[in-house]
Ligand binder design. Structure first.
Ligand code: S3P
Length: 450
């Protein structure tokens, strides 16, 4: 298994780097491109394994995708009535977003399909999409898990919808805010006989709404309520070109490394700053970190900016509620910032972290402990007692197959008193294939050992 050896920093990190394209937006752009009637162009695709899983799924359903292997994909959309039965089971790999969003798409199809995933994805809860899709007449079932009550997991079997039957209109209140569930229901709504109305307790990332609206679909939002009207004509979605913004969730690792490196100044280019997703920026500022954000245009309703982080003294704070939701994937790297802040930082309202690629609350607390930082678990979060000065204890960290745990450990390793070893780091390629090279370009020393 590949491991990462991270050397303590010997000089300040500095430079300006690109980051991979936003993973959430790439999944949605691939889905919508496949459903338009005509050729679409996706620019800046970065081949993270999660997005490649979605790309392959559509190729399996007969969508022709020309790929120049340098980040430009030409997707020949087949219209809402043009997907073909997949050539075999669809392997979603490690990608929860692929599985949940595709379940919504497949629920509206007249053919059968089966969605499978790796060991981590096969442990993650799927009732959250199966239940509401059943409510609108979908044919879908998951796999019961011993000891998990009525929860179901992958593999998922979807369809076929019986000939002549359409999905029904839906009004659904999400018990927990989730962009994956909201988006699965909105996508399924493209094939419904009437509107889809989804209400969330708080507003989760709104990439799907922005994209559907930019493509001219009839979608209305009012705070946490979204309503989509299905298009009358299956060939009416217009082809588009999109410049994919950089992924703030990937940039966060690079920016955090800059914030924690004495004398560091680090910039990420063309990074997505959708406000429903940019809680990381607000958390950094709340902790006293210096970030400057310079707008750099937008594409298909998604704003981009150049973000610069400067080494800053940080102080402990509380992070929960909508702020935590807007940074849900950045909580692991925010924990690394908390590890270097004065005083205690408490993260609450983040119970969802228990059902991500790993139980991230347990993984974060164990990782911080390995670096000699005191941290404790709560049911819905964790607390960190910062160690702002001196070097951290160099650690050996097990990634648990979770890319964001692996990258957080790598960033903390830069502050160690000797080499840090992060085990099982192949998972980093799910979201940030060039992570190691990017940190190196900024002056860090780290190496993958096969
Ligand atoms: C995502 C939504 C979030 C996030 C995930 C990507 C998306 O998950 O954690 O990494 O693209 O919709 P939930 O919707 O489960 O909160």
């Amino acid at each position: 298994m590949a491991r990462l050896i991270v050397q303590p920093l010997s000089r300040p990190l500095g430079g300006s780097v690109p980051v991979p394209a936003d993973k959430s937006i790439c999944h949605r752009a691939l889905i919508m491109a496949a459903l338009t009637h005509g050729a679409c162009q996706l620019e800046g695709f970065s081949y993270g394994e999660d997005n490649v899983a979605t790309q392959r799924a559509f190729a399996q359903m007969g969508v022709r995708i020309e790929d120049d292997a340098h980040g430009t994909l030409r997707v020949h959309g087949v219209g809402l009535d043009g997907l073909a039965a997949p050539s075999g089971e669809i392997d979603c790999g490690n990608s929860g977003t692929t599985m949940r969003l595709l379940a919504g798409v497949l629920a509206g199809q007249p053919f059968a399909s089966r969605l499978v995933g790796d060991a981590s994805l096969s442990r993650r809860p799927m009732s959250r999409i199966v239940k509401p899709l059943l409510l609108r007449g979908a044919v879908i079932s998951g796999t019961p898990r011993a000891g998990a009550g009525d929860e179901v997991t992958a593999p998922l079997s979807v369809g076929p919808l019986p000939a002549g039957r359409r999905l029904e209109p839906l009004e659904y209140q999400l018990p927990v805010a989730s962009a994956q569930v909201k988006s699965a229901l909105l996508f399924s709504g493209l094939w419904a006989s009437g509107p889809t109305l989804v209400r969330e307790p708080l507003v989760s990332r709104d990439h799907t709404e922005r994209m559907l609206s930019a493509l001219g679909l009839l979608i209305e939002t009012a705070g946490p309520i979204v309503k989509l009207h299905p298009p009358a004509d299956p060939k009416s979605i217009r082809p588009f070109t999109v410049e994919l913004p950089g992924d703030l969730s990937a940039a966060a690792f690079v920016l955090a490394a800059g914030l924690l490196s004495e004398g560091g100044v680090v910039t990420t280019r063309a990074t997505g700053v959708n406000p429903t997703r940019s809680g990381f920026i607000d958390i950094v500022r709340r902790l006293g970190g210096e970030l400057s954000v310079v707008p750099r245009g937008e594409s298909l309703g998604e704003p981009r900016a150049e973000i610069t982080a400067r080494f800053s003294g940080l102080r402990g704070q509380s992070v929960g509620g909508e702020l935590a939701l807007r940074a849900i994937d950045e909580i692991p790297i925010c924990a690394a910032l908390a590890a270097r802040a004065t005083g205690c930082t408490r993260f609450f309202d983040v119970a969802e972290l228990r059902v991500k690629e790993s139980d991230r609350i347990a993984a974060i607390v164990a990782m911080l402990g390995a670096f000699g930082v005191e941290a404790s678990e709560h049911e819905d979060g964790f607390s960190v007692e910062g160690r702002p000065s001196g070097r951290l204890r160099a650690a050996q960290v097990e990634s648990r197959g979770d890319h964001r745990i692996a990258m957080t450990a790598a960033v903390l390793g830069l502050l160690g008193d000797g080499p840090t070893v992060v085990d099982d780091v192949a998972c980093i390629a799910t979201s940030f294939p060039r992570f190691v090279g990017t940190l190196r370009a900024l002056g860090a020393q780290l190496e993958i050992e096969p």
